[in-house]
Write a new protein. Structure first.
Length: 225
C-alpha cells in the first residue's frame, strides 16, 4: 500500500472510533435510503454492494429494504462497526480499495455515498472512480452515487461538486439512462421517492444560491455494457 493510501486508512480508522461520526443514525437518512431504493426500482432480495460503507448505517438501511447487502471499505475499523448488527453482515464484509475492487460484475446495485476519492476538482479522477464502480455492476444493474455538496463548485477541505461536474464524470458509454438530482434529506422525509424529480432539483439548485446548506447530488445510471 502506498504512503498516501496508508494515510487515508489511518485517518478513517481514527474517525470511525467515534460512534456515528457522520451523523447517519437518524430518521432522515433512513427515509432517504428507502426513497432511493424505491426510485431505483431495486427488487427485494437483490444483491447490493455498499462501496465505502464506513460504519454501516446506510448499509443497514439498505438491508432493511429487503436487499442482500455486501459492505466494502478501506478501513477495517469501519467494517468492525458492523458487529453491532450481529449476523446481518457476517461473511459479507471486505476490506477493499475502491480503485481496485476485488469483485466481479455481480451486483444488481452498487451504492456509494461521498467517497473521498470524489473529493477532487479534477473531472478525470472522478470519472475513473465511476468506471471502477461500474465494473462491479452486472449488465442491466444500477449504479447509484450520492455526494454531499453545497453545489458551489468550490471548496478547500471538501470540494463541492456541481451537477455539471458529476454529469461529466458519468459520461461513459458503459452507462445509460443517467439521472441526476439535487435534493436534501428533508425532501425525502416529506415526499419520499417523489423527491427525485427535475422540479425539486431546480428548486434546490436555486436555493443553493441564497442559502448556505448542504444538499445531496444523486446519480442513478444503468450499466449497459
Amino acid at each position: 500500500m502506498s504512503t498516501a493510501n496508508q494515510r487515508v486508512v489511518d485517518h478513517y480508522d481514527s474517525v470511525y472510533l467515534t460512534r456515528d461520526c457522520f451523523n447517519q443514525d437518524n430518521r432522515p437518512y433512513r427515509a432517504f435510503i428507502t426513497a432511493l431504493v424505491r426510485k431505483a426500482g431495486i427488487p427485494l432480495g437483490s444483491r447490493v454492494l455498499d462501496a465505502g460503507s464506513g460504519q454501516g448505517y446506510l448499509s443497514r438501511y439498505l438491508s432493511d429494504c429487503g436487499l442482500n447487502v455486501w459492505c466494502s471499505d478501506i478501513s477495517e475499523a469501519g467494517l468492525r462497526s458492523l458487529d453491532r448488527y450481529d449476523s446481518v453482515f457476517r461473511g459479507k464484509r471486505i476490506v477493499a480499495d475502491m480503485l481496485s475492487p476485488p469483485f466481479d460484475a455481480g451486483f444488481d446495485l452498487v451504492f456509494q455515498r461521498s467517497c473521498s476519492l470524489f473529493n477532487t476538482a479534477q473531472p478525470g479522477k472522478s470519472a475513473e472512480v465511476v468506471e471502477r464502480l461500474a465494473d462491479c455492476v452486472k449488465v442491466g444493474g444500477v449504479l447509484c452515487v450520492v455526494y454531499n455538496t453545497n453545489l458551489s463548485g468550490r471548496g478547500d477541505v471538501w470540494f463541492n461538486h456541481t451537477l455539471a461536474t458529476f454529469r461529466s464524470a458519468f459520461a461513459t458509454s458503459r452507462l445509460s439512462d443517467v439521472q441526476i438530482y439535487a435534493l436534501n434529506k428533508v425532501d425525502t422525509v416529506a415526499f419520499g421517492s417523489y423527491s427525485f424529480n427535475p422540479v425539486m432539483t431546480l428548486v434546490n439548485v436555486v436555493l443553493s444560491k441564497f442559502v448556505h446548506r448542504s444538499f445531496e447530488i444523486v446519480v442513478l445510471a444503468r450499466r449497459c455494457a
